[in-house]
Design a protein around this ligand. Structure first.
Ligand code: MN
Length: 220
């Protein structure tokens, strides 16, 4: 059973005018598909690993045979990260969060606007391709970044949500104006989905041993 590209949970035009349909086609149909295809190619001769969920492969890529570690890290990572990305956006999304995630943001960042600013700054500072993430560490929200298609999962943290910092995700419409792309993303966020991911992230955070190492140090 090969890994499959999931359909977008909405129409290609659903995120207009913030994220244009042409970018969605390119990003989902070409880039995300390429990660899925390369993941299938990587595990082609390793039937033992084909049954694992891509999230499990990303979490434990260091335990895989050396010959496929890097290619699985990059392409299962690309698959999992993009599957997350599609679901944390929706038509008529955005605005301010409510629920537990809103309470936790206010607790850890004082206000939603301060959180947004810190998240955007972290994303802007990440050099080259990668992702900016919100995770939970020891019961607190933490903003972190990873290079390439690396995931906080590898370091034991479930990503609540992340913004794709690869140029392929914004260059067609926003060119080099990453700040305008970030503004666009805040206008399409699916806070209901993010709330659910926050619940999962807290559960995973509570199960793992207390760490002092920050996510930022990983792979940076
Ligand atoms: Mn991407």
């Amino acid at each position: 059973m090969a890994y499959e590209l999931p359909d977008l949970p909405y129409a290609y035009t659903a995120l207009e005018p913030y994220i244009d349909a042409e970018t969605m086609h390119l990003h989902h149909d070409k880039h995300h598909k390429a990660y899925v295809d390369k993941l299938n190619e990587a595990v082609k001769d390793y039937p033992k690993y084909q049954k694992y969920d891509p999230e499990v492969l990303v979490t434990h890529w260091k335990k895989l045979p050396r010959a496929i570690q890097e290619v699985v890290r990059n392409n299962a990572g690309g698959d999992v990260n993009h599957t997350m990305f599609w679901t944390i956006m929706k038509k008529n999304g955005g605005g301010k969060p409510s629920g537990e995630i809103a309470k936790q943001i206010n607790k850890d960042f004082k206000t939603f606007d301060k959180f947004k600013k810190a998240f955007n700054e972290a994303g802007t500072k990440r050099f080259g391709s990668g992702w900016v993430w919100l995770i939970v560490q020891n019961g607190k929200l933490v903003i972190t970044t990873t290079p390439n298609q690396d995931s906080p999962l590898t370091n034991g943290s479930y990503p609540i949500f992340g913004f794709d910092l690869w140029e392929h995700s914004f260059y067609l419409k926003y060119h080099n104006k990453k700040d305008e792309y970030f503004d666009a993303l805040w206008n399409v966020l699916n806070w209901d989905e993010i709330e659910q991911r926050f619940t999962r992230a807290k559960a995973i955070d509570q199960r793992k041993p207390v760490k002092t190492e920050t996510q930022k140090q990983y792979g940076a």
